[in-house]
Design a protein around this ligand. Structure first.
Ligand SMILES: [Zn+2]
Length: 138
């Protein structure tokens, strides 16, 4: 699965916009219902067609916006970063990396070196940087 996370993360859908979309959605449904009701009561095709057109346009527009915002929110989900701990072995000058464990800190004596059995020292704790796929802008 590819995820394009925005580094700034400033885009946030306000509840106001979302409420406006939902209101438009509700009104368009009402317009369609009124259009059908008007047709049965007055048999006036002109009003019915106008109301139906308004209803469907509003419905498709709000549906489209809702779909877009959902897609946007899904794209903004943050991947859990992988934190790594680097352990330096003074005896053999080897650096081992493993996943960060609670309680790790720099200069702490870590577990034994797998090569020479000497005690290692934590020299760095960092987040693994993954090469991001660039989104294709059409
Ligand atoms: Zn070693």
């Amino acid at each position: 699965m590819t995820q394009n996370t925005n580094s700034n993360g400033t885009t946030k859908i306000s509840t106001f916009v979302l409420a406006a979309i939902y209101i438009t959605l509700a009104l368009s449904v009402v317009a369609i219902a009124v259009a059908i009701g008007a047709y049965y009561e007055t048999a006036n095709l002109e009003i019915t067609i106008y109301l139906l057109a308004i209803g469907f346009i509003a419905l498709s527009l709000s549906g489209y916006y809702l779909f877009q915002t959902r897609k946007h929110v899904a794209a903004l989900k943050i991947e859990k970063p992988i934190i790594l701990t680097a352990i330096d072995c003074k005896a053999c000058n080897g650096i081992q990396t493993r996943e960060f464990k609670r309680g790790d800190f720099v200069y702490k004596e870590a577990e034994k070196c797998p090569k020479c059995e000497a005690t290692g020292t934590i020299v760095a704790i960092y987040r693994e940087v993954k090469e991001k796929e660039k989104p294709i802008n059409v």
